[in-house]
Each structure stands twice: as structure tokens, then as C-alpha cells.
Design a protein around this ligand. Structure first.
Ligand code: SF4
Ligand code: SF4
Length: 323
């Protein structure tokens, strides 16, 4: 065997940027920086090995991003299909005094095939929590993430402490994560497959939208979505405490109310479509090597500036620096 060719593993995808490029390893949820000149060679899938490129190709082999072969045609590049039969994959529902809008959403969830719910609960009553989880348990929702506000007093007088969380988790199989906000410290741990997160920040819509390497999501689904649409808002929706339907809780523009809106029409709504822009169409982001792994916040932009970089991103892809 001469091993005259180098091929990237099929789940290792090169992405070009202005100042530098990278290879996303979607299997290991990681990435490695490369020179943009090397991207040009790797984008062709097969690289003919010669004395000029051998050193950096050896490095990629050592790092387990690719391999040498004599039969590169046996290893075609993956194609990314982001299609999903659900009309809505995730919905965020804000709840305070009433759960009527959640009930209405669950009644309509069959027609829109909602898979997962994030419930942002501002009501501190444990009975209210149990009532809404009981509603979910008789629905077709498979995954629920619970966000609970105002836990400043978690160690003092609030009635729902860890033992109560354990009871909820045991009782409701759909409960995959519980996040407590406004805690005295940040922490996270897993109890029997349920992720428990303590956050010092507030739940009131200001914890979202900050672009940072800490929030990069490196997996097939996100990468495929980001190639075609907005990975944060595609097939997502939010309901505020009054039942108003919005693209996300931080976006103020409502497109209707859950009481009289047919969710099957959501993908064709022009407001929803105006937010669903792929990174390759966004100024600055289209030149950034992180564009398929960072989330894309369209909130905090005025409607006429929908093709501009997220407000809370401080990365400059032309100098490869975070401000
Ligand atoms: S410039 Fe755009 S693509 Fe790059 S990190 Fe910021 S938001 Fe993501
Ligand atoms: S668009 Fe921004 S604020 Fe809305 S969910 Fe996405 S990251 Fe959060």
C-alpha cells in the first residue's frame, strides 16, 4: 500500500473562515483550527499526499481527523439532511398564574407534532408545578425541561428543595432537565439521567443570546440545520404567559394567540420566515469559521437588520479575536 491519498473521516467537516478555518468533528463534539490554505485542499474531500503537505496531514492523522488510503473513492463525503417531519420540534412556554395556554398548546400538539417543551415557570407554587407536569404526562410530549425562577432562597425558606425535585423526577419520565435560576451559585449535576442546573442569572429572558465558545453546539443536527436555516429558531416557537405565539421569548413580535392560531400554518408565517435565515446569508457571520456551531441569536435586532451579525457576539472573524 502506498497510501497516496488523505481523506477526512466522514464526520469531520472543514469550514472556511476569513482569517482561519477549522475542522468540526461532529462525532467527538470538538473542532481543530487549520490554516485557510489547508481548507482549500481539504474541501475537495481527497488530498493527494506530497512532500509539501505531508507534515500537516500527518498532524491530522495523529489527531484522528482523517486517514491515508489508496482508495479514496470508497469514502464519499456525508450529505446533511436537516429535514424533520415535525412542524415544531421545540416550544418554550412561559407560565405564571394560569396554565390555560399550555393546555391549548397540548391540545394542538398532535397536529404540529411537538417533540420537546421547555417550561419557564415563574409561579413558586409546587401544586402548580405538579398540575402542569400532570398535563404533560397525559400528552404526546416526550421531553420536558423545567426552568424555575427566583431560587435566591433555595437554601433557606423555599419549600421545593432537592428532595422535592427528586420526587418530581421519579414521578414524571418526561422530565429530562431542571434548571433553577437566581441561585446563590452556579452548579450542575446529573441525578439518574436528569440534568440539574443551578444558575445565578435571571430566567427573565436575559440569559439567552450571548454568543461564546462555551455555548457552541457541535453535533450533526445543529450543523445540518445551521447550513440551511437558523439553528436556534427553525421549527421552534414560544408562548408567553398570555398565550401569544412568538419566535422566541426574547422577541417581542407576536404572530397570533394560541387560542385561535392554527399551528400547521406557522412555517408559512412571514414574520417567522423573516427570522429563519441561514448563517451563510448573514453579514460577517458568512466569513466566520464558527458559523455552523455557534447558535444564531436573531433577537435584539431591528426587523430591517435581520441579515446582520447577532448583537451579543464579540467575535471578529477577520482578525480571529474575541473583543
Ligand atoms: S461572527 Fe457570527 S458566526 Fe461567528 S461566532 Fe459570531 S455569531 Fe457566530
Ligand atoms: S433567538 Fe436569541 S434570545 Fe431567542 S432563543 Fe435564540 S439565542 Fe435565545
Amino acid at each position: 500500500m502506498n497510501n497516496n491519498f488523505f481523506v477526512l473521516y466522514s464526520d469531520c467537516i472543514p469550514v472556511n473562515g476569513s482569517a482561519r478555518s477549522l475542522i468540526c468533528d461532529l462525532g467527538r463534539n470538538d473542532f481543530i483550527f487549520i490554516e485557510t490554505g489547508h481548507y482549500e485542499a481539504l474541501s475537495k474531500n481527497t488530498v493527494v499526499v506530497d512532500h509539501e503537505n505531508k507534515e500537516w496531514l500527518d498532524y491530522l492523522v495523529e489527531e484522528d481527523y482523517g486517514f491515508y488510503t489508496d482508495t479514496p473513492e470508497r469514502f464519499p463525503r456525508l450529505t446533511f439532511n436537516h429535514e424533520n417531519s415535525s412542524i415544531i420540534t421545540n416550544a418554550i412556554v412561559e407560565l405564571n398564574e394560569s396554565a390555560d395556554h399550555l393546555k391549548k398548546l397540548l391540545e394542538k400538539s398532535e397536529q404540529s407534532r411537538i417533540e420537546a417543551l421547555e417550561l419557564r415557570v415563574y409561579n413558586r407554587s409546587k401544586d402548580f408545578l405538579v398540575d402542569i407536569l400532570n398535563l404533560i404526562s397525559i400528552s404526546n410530549i416526550r421531553s420536558v425541561s423545567l426552568c424555575l425562577s427566583d431560587y435566591r432562597t433555595i437554601n433557606e425558606d423555599f419549600t421545593m428543595v432537592l428532595s422535592d425535585i427528586n420526587t418530581l423526577r421519579d414521578q414524571f419520565n418526561e422530565l429530562k432537565a431542571i434548571s433553577l435560576f437566581e441561585c446563590s451559585e452556579n452548579d450542575s449535576f446529573i441525578i439518574q439521567d436528569t440534568l440539574i442546573v443551578y444558575n445565578t442569572m435571571s430566567l427573565r429572558n436575559d440569559h439567552c443570546g450571548r454568543i461564546s465558545p462555551k455555548n457552541f453546539i457541535i453535533n450533526f443536527q445543529n450543523f445540518a440545520e445551521a447550513n440551511h436555516c437558523n439553528s436556534c429558531l427553525n421549527k421552534k416557537m414560544a408562548l408567553d404567559t398570555e398565550g401569544n405565539i412568538k419566535p422566541c421569548p426574547s422577541i417581542q413580535r407576536a404572530i397570533g394567540n394560541i387560542n385561535d392560531f392554527d399551528l400547521r400554518d406557522i412555517a408559512n408565517n412571514t414574520v417567522i420566515q423573516s427570522y429563519n435565515i441561514a448563517k451563510d446569508q448573514i453579514e460577517v457571520c458568512r466569513d466566520c469559521e464558527f458559523r455552523y456551531i455557534c447558535h444564531d441569536c436573531r433577537a435584539y435586532l431591528s426587523p430591517e437588520k435581520m441579515n446582520t451579525k447577532p448583537k451579543y457576539c464579540s467575535y471578529d472573524p477577520y482578525t480571529a479575536t474575541w473583543q
